[in-house]
Design a protein around this ligand. Structure first.
Ligand code: CA
Length: 237
């Protein structure tokens, strides 16, 4: 694979430089820009492999940049990792719903940011290389999800799930470690026309966890944001 190109959109020079330093160290070809307008121009001219996007920018805000990039066909698939200030949960939720791939909260550890960036880039590569087999194997193959046959098994035993439970699990397991908001889950499972409340999702998740038994912890709650598929099987909240 050629050096992945990363565009860092960040108006604070120290932080931009810190991120660039770590991208360089990971063998990425990183550039920085300090305003939203320049970022949009730059992306249009030469689309990078990934965008690291600060949400608080002096001119065009990060959410607006994200929205525009997701509207242009040429940049719709461009992976975006948002960088947000602490306490901007609504922005995180909005950003994920617009189509950002992941986020880190300031002050962030460069190690965590780079792990997110690598995961998003790897995911992009996987999506380009997927074959016909849609089967997902997770948690050292203890969990197998077969969307074509609509079958889930835990440690080799088939687990009976409702259509909604299956949909939630399948949606989350597609991208381990990535947070999905309740609205994104609802949209993925039922389409935008079905009215389901966030509360309903929580009830389905509780039932799903019960059926997953020992693997219940893979459906993790991310407080204030939504759910994610975790591979560490930590205790459920
Ligand atoms: Ca900023």
């Amino acid at each position: 694979m050629a050096k992945p190109s990363v565009l860092i959109v960040e108006d604070e020079p120290d932080i931009a430089e810190l991120i660039r330093f770590h991208c360089d160290r990971e063998g990425m070809d990183a550039r920085t820009v300090g305003t939203g307008k320049v970022a949009l121009d730059q992306v249009k001219r030469e689309t990078p492999d990934l965008l690291i996007l600060d949400l608080m920018l002096p001119d065009v805000g990060g959410l607006e940049i994200c929205r525009r990039l997701k509207q242009w066909p040429e940049t719709r698939e461009l992976p975006i990792v948002m960088v947000t200030a602490k306490g901007e949960e609504t922005d995180i939720v909005t950003g994920l719903e617009i189509g950002a791939d992941d986020y880190v909260v300031k002050p962030f550890s460069p190690r965590i940011l780079m792990a997110r960036v690598r995961a998003v880039l790897r995911r992009k590569l996987d999506e380009q290389n997927t074959g016909d087999d849609n089967r997902l194997e997770r948690l050292d193959r203890r969990l197998v999800i077969d969307p074509d046959r609509h079958v889930v098994s835990v440690d080799g035993n088939v687990v009976e799930l409702t259509v909604t439970e299956f949909g939630i699990l399948n949606h989350l397991a597609q991208r381990p470690g990535f947070v999905r908001t309740r609205d994104q889950i609802i949209a993925a499972v039922h389409g935008r026309n079905v009215i389901l409340s966030s509360r309903t999702i929580d009830v389905h998740v509780t039932a799903l966890r019960k059926k997953l038994g020992e693997l219940a912890g893979c459906v993790e709650t991310v407080r204030g944001v939504g759910y994610r598929f975790g591979e560490s099987l930590v205790a459920v909240e």
